[in-house]
Design a protein around this ligand. Structure first.
Ligand SMILES: [Zn+2]
Ligand SMILES: [Zn+2]
Length: 233
C-alpha cells in the first residue's frame, strides 16, 4: 500500500518540493537542500530582518517581549509546504525531518543554547485541538531535537487553561487578549533555564504569554526557539 501511494504521491523534498530519489527518501530533503539549507544564519534578525550578530533576534525585537532571547531556524515561506503537510495532513515523517534540521540548526548556530538549557518545553495545543489532530506537532519536533542533541524535553510542562480562538484570525491587539492567562505551568521551574519551542513565530504573542507563565513558575531564563519565523507582516 505504501509503495502504491509513493507512486501516486511520490515523497517530495520538504523545502523545495522536488521528487526525492530513493536514496533521498531516507530523509525528507533533496540532496541540494540538505547541503545548503536556507537557515536564518548570522546577521539577519528572523523577526524584523534587521541586522544582528548572533543568528537570533536583534536586541530591539527581544526587548519587546518577556523572554530573554529568540531564534528561528527558517523563514516561514521556505518551510510553509512542509509545515502544512505535517500539521494538517498529519505526515509525521516530515515532522521528524523538520525536528532533525532544527537540531542541526542549534548545533551549527546556537551551541550556547544547548549548553545553557536545563529543560526544553513546547508550546501547548488545547487538548481538544490535539485530540482532533491526533498529535501535538511541536511535541514531535521536540522529541526529535531531544534525540539529536540530548536536551531534556518535559512533555507535559505547560498546559492550556482554556480554549482560545486561532491566533491567525485575530489582529495583534486581539491576539494579546485572546491568550492572556491562557497557559498554566504544571511544574516548578525554580532556577531553570528553559528552551521554549514552537513551530511558527508570527507576532510572538503565544511565546510571550508562555514565557510569562514560565517566569511565574520560577524560571530563571526563557529562550525561544521556533522552526520558522514569519517576519513582520
Ligand atoms: Zn529540495
Ligand atoms: Zn529584529
Amino acid at each position: 500500500m505504501k509503495n502504491l501511494l509513493n507512486l501516486i504521491f511520490p515523497p517530495r523534498c520538504a523545502v523545495c518540493g522536488e521528487v526525492l530519489t530513493l536514496e533521498e527518501q531516507k530523509g525528507v530533503l533533496c540532496k541540494k537542500c540538505g547541503e545548503e539549507l536556507p537557515y536564518f544564519s548570522e546577521n539577519i534578525c528572523p523577526h524584523c530582518g534587521g541586522e544582528t550578530n548572533n543568528a537570533g533576534f536583534c536586541e530591539f525585537c527581544v526587548k519587546a517581549y518577556a523572554f530573554d532571547s529568540a531564534c528561528a531556524a527558517f523563514p516561514y515561506e521556505t518551510v510553509r509546504d512542509a509545515i502544512h503537510l505535517f500539521k494538517y495532513d498529519g505526515d509525521k515523517r516530515i515532522g521528524h525531518g523538520l525536528g532533525e534540521v532544527m537540531a542541526e540548526y542549534l548545533l551549527k548556530y546556537h551551541e550556547e543554547l544547548l549548553v545553557k538549557t536545563d529543560v526544553m518545553v513546547s508550546v501547548p495545543l488545547h487538548p481538544k485541538k490535539e485530540k482532533y489532530r491526533g498529535f501535538n506537532q511541536t511535541h514531535i519536533l521536540c522529541e526529535k531535537i531531544s534525540e539529536k542533541t540530548g536536551l531534556i524535553f518535559e512533555k507535559q510542562a505547560l498546559g492550556r487553561k482554556r480554549e482560545t480562538i486561532a491566533q491567525s484570525e485575530l489582529n495583534p491587539e486581539e491576539r494579546k487578549m485572546n491568550l492572556r492567562d491562557a497557559f498554566i505551568a504544571k511544574k516548578d521551574f525554580a532556577g531553570k533555564r528553559i528552551l521554549l519551542v514552537d513551530d511558527i513565530f508570527t507576532t510572538g504573542t503565544t511565546c510571550n504569554e508562555c514565557a510569562k507563565e514560565l517566569y511565574r513558575a520560577g524560571a530563571k531564563e526563557v529562550m525561544v526557539f521556533s522552526l520558522s519565523a514569519a517576519g513582520t507582516e
